[in-house]
Ligand binder design. Structure first.
Ligand SMILES: [Zn+2]
Length: 625
């Protein structure tokens, strides 16, 4: 336990520390000294820079103000406009949680109000934003974490002990190696899953399912994968092909940490609940229970962009925004003491969107770059964004003027909100949101600081949150027939995005026979999905009826694709991203694309940048160092 001993030596004698605990990569000190609790900031800063560990000082319960008095003081001190929704205490952690509509007002100018609360209450304030649209999911997740606080304290301490368990000897350092196994999502889009191993660690990056194929789960039967020796799982973003199989790991007994951003954690709950629901309804294999999804949340450790986190004795993880969707992240792994650095882009957008800033390019070192190639083929040069927006608006107007309806199948997370941000400004017809779209949007309103500066300026300074625009109308299942039967022009955003189940199918059945209507694809349509078939030109499609039989649906409506609104980088954006990286990689590994796109992109990157490139197949393993 050398790190804690070292820490003890650096603390002042009168710090009156009563308990020292790991909380994953964080070291938490509980103090009985009011003075130390108030004035420890500088001391902590200097220790942090010496030990390269994050440290937090919390109050021992004996010095905290009585909860009733503390509550009174908070209400008296925080301005009413902050919109406090709830105040509750977490004595196990010495924290008081303040849930409010405007966290900025609880923090105050230069942190003034926050400091005042901390220094008078002797509780550590934790400020949480109440979403502008009430979200069942956000509430349920916060509730679960709150009620499981005892379990989590023990769990986080165990994770911290594991991370700090080992100081490597000279001998061990010399024998180090790094290995990558492709467990899914290589030369294909779907079931993304990567395993990074060193002599001391085993870390999984993403664990998704391929909804377009009957057996689309990662190769967890690969010989090198051992669930009992898995140290950590990281998920890059909330799309089912990146996280849909995570709960299965917990179902099978994994008890380790799940690293992701806070929005990704909340969205995981929404997506995975829906995934098992859809599997059940369609008579497909259900791989895990709802309990397993809860377990995943219970073991989640959320990360902030730019924060460096030890996740195993020899791996440090830093996430950065990837521009793809809410909470999506690039993962930078620093392995050993400068032994090797990996950047895993997962799905990323290096270009303008309404919702997000482009993917970050600043990293101190990258030896291996693992990059997606969804639109990596030579033909995948995306049209300008502006043109794509114009096309979308034009299609909607043309359809509405004829008295028709527009159906846009969307992923609940990502494309739906991007389209909403456009329509909020440019559409005068009602926009119906069905199948998780509203729930996902509500989660967006809990994390406005993750959105683009453009959107933030609307939300924070002009009080013009596009998601709250009047044209948007969430639809309950029983209201569907009314919308379908109405003769008014309308836009319908419904899941699933690739027309594999979900309410989008119901709407498609209803709008298909009328040539005045229009079906618009705005996102990637995976191989084997109904969406892809229709895009290819199929106009007679097999559809399951209520009683389980199959009949043919004839599509008489207009079918269009607007490509430029994707959350993925087009070919030129991928190449431009590599060019803009602050560190030139020695090797580029291409994944997350159909086989011919992976191969083409690997070939072209090699030609242009003169670096080693690979387009592995699933089950290939590569020694990186
Ligand atoms: Zn994605």
């Amino acid at each position: 336990m050398s790190i804690l001993k070292e820490l003890e030596k650096k603390l002042p004698k009168d710090a009156s520390i009563t308990e020292v605990k790991f909380e994953a990569s964080l070291i938490v000190l509980y103090t009985k000294s009011k003075q130390f609790f108030r004035e420890s900031e500088d001391i902590v800063k200097s220790i942090v820079s010496q030990l390269k560990k994050r440290i937090e000082i919390r109050p021992d319960l004996s010095i905290t103000l009585e909860p009733e008095k503390a509550r009174e003081f908070i209400l008296k001190t925080v301005p009413e406009e902050a919109g406090i929704k709830a105040i509750y205490f977490e004595p196990e952690l010495g924290k008081v949680v303040i849930e409010c509509q405007k966290p900025g007002l609880v923090i105050g100018k230069g942190g003034e109000t926050y400091r005042k609360l901390k220094n008078e209450l002797f509780w550590l304030p934790k400020i949480e934003r109440a979403p502008a649209i009430d979200s069942k999911i956000v509430r349920a997740v916060r509730n679960l974490l709150h009620t499981e606080i005892d379990y989590r304290k023990k769990f986080l301490n165990a994770v911290g002990q594991r991370i700090n368990s080992k100081v490597l000897t000279e001998e061990e350092r010399r024998q180090e190696w790094v290995r990558l196994s492709a467990l899914g999502g290589f030369r294909q889009v779907g079931r993304s899953c990567l395993l990074v191993q060193t002599p001391h660690s085993s870390v999984m990056l993403d664990c998704g399912v391929d909804v377009g194929s009957p057996n689309g789960i990662p190769y967890l039967d690969a010989p090198e994968f051992d669930l009992d020796r898995l140290d950590a799982v990281f998920i890059s973003h909330a799309h089912i092909d990146h996280l849909g199989f995570v709960p299965y790991l917990y179902e099978k007994g994994y008890k380790g940490p799940l690293y992701c951003s806070a929005p990704t954690r909340d969205l995981l709950v929404l997506l995975c609940f829906d995934y098992i629901d859809v599997c059940q309804k369609e008579g497909k294999k259900v791989w895990y229970s709802k309990k397993a999804i809860e377990k995943a949340v219970k073991h989640s450790i959320t990360l902030e962009y730019g924060e460096v986190t030890d996740i195993t004795p020899d791996i440090r993880l830093t996430i950065q925004p990837s521009g793809h969707l809410l909470g999506s992240a690039l993962a930078h792994l620093h392995i050993g003491d400068g032994l090797h650095n990996i950047l895993y882009t997962s799905d990323f957008k290096f270009g303008p969107t309404r919702l997000f800033e482009p993917a970050k390019t600043q990293f101190p070192r990258i030896e291996t770059l693992i990059i997606e190639s969804t639109y990596g083929g030579p033909e995948d040069v995306l049209p300008k964004r502006k043109e794509a927006e114009e096309m979308l608006v034009r299609l909607i107007n043309e359809t509405a003027e004829k008295g028709g309806k527009v159906l846009i199948p969307v992923f609940a997370v990502g494309r739906a909100q991007e389209i909403m941000a456009i329509l909020a400004e440019r559409c005068k017809y009602p926009v119906y949101l069905d199948g998780m779209v509203w729930d996902a949007t509500a989660i967006h309103t809990a994390y406005p600081e993750h959105l683009s500066r453009y959107l933030q300026s609307k939300i924070f300074h002009q009080e013009k949150n596009p998601f709250l625009a009047e044209i948007f109308k969430p639809v309950a299942p029983k209201e569907r027939p009314e919308i379908i039967d109405s003769s008014e022009p309308a836009v319908i955003l419904a899941t699933s995005g690739m027309l594999i189940g979900g309410p989008a199918i119901e709407y498609l059945k209803a709008v298909a026979p009328d040539p005045r209507n229009c079906l618009i694809f705005v996102g990637y349509q995976g191989e084997g999905t109904l969406g892809r078939r229709i895009q290819k030109g199929w106009r007679e499609i097999p559809i399951r009826t209520e009683d389980g039989r199959t009949k043919t649906l004839e599509l008489k409506l207009r079918v269009e694709t607007v490509v430029g609104l994707t959350g993925h980088s087009g070919r030129n954006q991928i190449l431009s991203y590599i060019r803009h990286l602050s560190s030139k990689p020695e090797r580029v590994i291409v994944c997350h694309g159909e086989a011919k796109k992976c191969l083409a992109l690997a070939r072209d990157i090699h030609r242009i940048f003169r670096v080693e490139t690979l387009a592995p197949r699933n089950l290939d393993a590569i020694r990186l160092r």
